[in-house]
Design a protein around this ligand. Structure first.
Ligand SMILES: [Zn+2]
Length: 86
């Protein structure tokens, strides 16, 4: 596994690379794992995965405070928390 700096991953990149985008709602614990190809079609392939996460609304609590459950999908680690437990 290599990680190299570069522009943020987009939904189009994620779909092409078959990246799993798994996020948890920090408020209620709801987990979603959308199909990258589906959200790329809905939000636009040029939308960054971070931008998508910002716009995602939780169907459980109506909030939008998400944390990555999968490894962070880009080099931008700002405020990303992985596998936080307890
Ligand atoms: Zn929620």
């Amino acid at each position: 596994m290599k990680s190299h700096p570069g522009p943020p991953m987009t939904l189009g990149n994620a779909a092409a690379a078959r990246v799993r985008l798994i996020v948890w709602c920090e408020t209620c614990g709801h987990q979603v794992e959308p199909d990258p190809a589906e959200i790329a079609a809905r939000y636009g392939a040029d939308t960054s995965v971070l931008g998508w996460r910002e716009r995602l609304v939780c169907s459980g609590c109506g909030g939008g405070k998400w944390i990555w459950s999968s490894p962070e999908p880009s080099g931008d680690s700002t405020d990303i928390v992985q596998n936080r437990r307890g």
